[in-house]
Design a protein around this ligand. Structure first.
Ligand code: NAI
Length: 405
């Protein structure tokens, strides 16, 4: 019977009933995505206030979409009727797929997963939206770990195109295939990533923040000068400091620290004292009105009076941009070297998950692989730090005169 049910599901690859655990920022957004795609969604949270807030927020989002002419009132009702707000985990028993988006704590997640498994059917896929925990460790809490997978959305889930899908070593082929198909059916771009710290985006993006902070700490440019170089020359929508203020310095610092520790303190991912101090001071960014910039009540950003800490000449915009870019390219190439994901998925992840103007590997082709190797070697020669080691893949490709793709 179970086999038959699973075959039917496979043929149609249809996930109809979706359970979402945690109705915070991410859970509510994922519920909206699944409901819009036509799934029948149950959104569960332990706090009724969180459920009420999710419901009220969706009402506001729907009203805005109507105002913009993106949906009509029939569509609004269809989406809203597709979501039921529930306060008992047991209510998720009919789910074909559950996605957990609760607090980022391994023990709490494991506990919820093992309880949930008692209620759902044998072929229900149990996924986690975790950003930083290992899927293998979460899966180990289940009797049937082969049904567990990472399905990592980006914030805000309804707007961001990218979803990273992360099979653990326990995950079955069937779980992976159904998950990928479902997320694509929901209109998203899937990048399949290895179960390693930061998956794709939170690993490859680290130098965008880390190298910018380092350039600032060396005293050769201010926050605003670095941001301006990345926007004007690189075409990034936001500069690193603007983006860290937007994400929140506390959140961004924690991700950096987690990735650094998870990589056994690889100096490439070393967190910065500047960001730590900003977090400690409560200069969290937009949400606290003060970060690398100041923010007025209505959210307007202004540059804080700041001079270069070395008191000297600013390094050129081009030099700032190229240093950060080559570190990003090196990180992307290294992710490919370690088989974290395919070249296509690595480039898609950065353009669709964090809105980079170009895929980093495509950018490497454009600049020339020889240029990338030279730039990395220049940095290494200057600092003699392991942080600036060139990826073996870039070096090999340069020797063989090859390009990505
Ligand atoms: P949040 O704090 O906005 O929401 C978490 C919700 O889970 C709260 O409503 C809370 O009441 C509920 N909750 C806590 N423990 C629970 C339990 N045992 N059972 C049921 N509900 C419980 O958190 P957010 O930002 O939505 O993050 C959720 C997950 O998504 C985390 O694992 C996070 O790492 C991940 N994530 C967050 C992103 C972000 O930008 N905020 C992006 C991608 C992933």
């Amino acid at each position: 019977m179970e086999n038959q049910k699973s075959k039917i599901k496979n043929q149609q690859s249809l996930i109809k009933f979706v359970g979402i655990i945690g109705s915070g920022t991410m859970g509510a957004g994922i519920a909206q995505v699944a409901a819009t795609a036509g799934c029948s969604v149950k959104l569960y949270d332990t706090k009724t206030e969180a459920l009420d807030k999710a419901k009220a927020d969706l009402e506001k989002i729907m009203a805005r979409l109507i105002e913009k002419g993106k949906i009509d009132s029939t569509e609004k009702e269809r989406i809203q009727n597709n979501i039921k707000y529930v306060s008992s985990l047991k209510e998720l028993k009919d789910s074909d797929l559950t996605i957990e988006a609760i607090v980022e704590n391994l023990d709490i997640k494991k506990n919820v997963f093992s309880t949930l498994e008692k209620f759902v059917s044998d072929d229900c896929i149990i996924a986690s939206n975790t950003s930083s925990l290992s899927i293998a460790s979460i899966a180990s809490s289940l009797q049937k770990p082969e049904r567990c997978i990472g399905i990592h959305f980006f914030n805000p889930a309804p707007l961001m195109k990218l979803v990273e899908v992360i099979p653990a070593i326990q995950t079955s082929e069937e779980t992976l295939n159904i998950s990928v198909k479902t997320i694509k059916d929901w209109g998203k771009t899937v990048a399949v990533a290895k179960d390693t710290p930061g998956f794709i985006v939170n690993r490859v993006a680290r130098p965008f923040y880390g190298e910018a902070l380092r350039i600032y700490e060396e005293g050769i440019a201010t926050f605003a000068e670095i941001d301006s170089a990345m926007k004007e020359i690189g075409g990034f929508r936001m500069g690193p400091f603007e983006l860290m203020d937007f994400i929140g310095n506390d959140v961004n610092y924690t991700v950096t620290e987690t990735v650094f520790e998870a990589f056994y303190c690889d100096p490439r991912y070393k967190p910065s004292f500047t960001q730590k101090r900003f977090s400690e001071a409560g200069y969290l960014g937009r949400k606290s009105g003060k970060g690398y910039y100041n923010y007025s009540e209505n959210g307007e950003m202004s540059v804080r009076a700041q001079s270069r800490t070395n008191g000297g000449e600013k390094v050129s915009d081009k030099a700032i941009f190229e240093r950060i870019l080559v570190m990003l390219i090196n990180e992307a190439a290294d992710a490919l070297f370690w088989n974290i994901a395919s070249a296509e998925d690595i480039d898609n992840a950065m353009t669709k998950g964090v809105n980079y103007p170009k895929g980093l590997l495509a950018w490497a082709n454009e600049k020339g692989i020889d240029w990338c190797v030279e730039k990395m070697d220049e940095l290494y020669d200057e600092y003699h730090e392991d942080r600036y080691r060139c990826s073996p893949l870039l070096r090999k490709m340069n020797l063989e005169n090859k390009n990505f793709f």
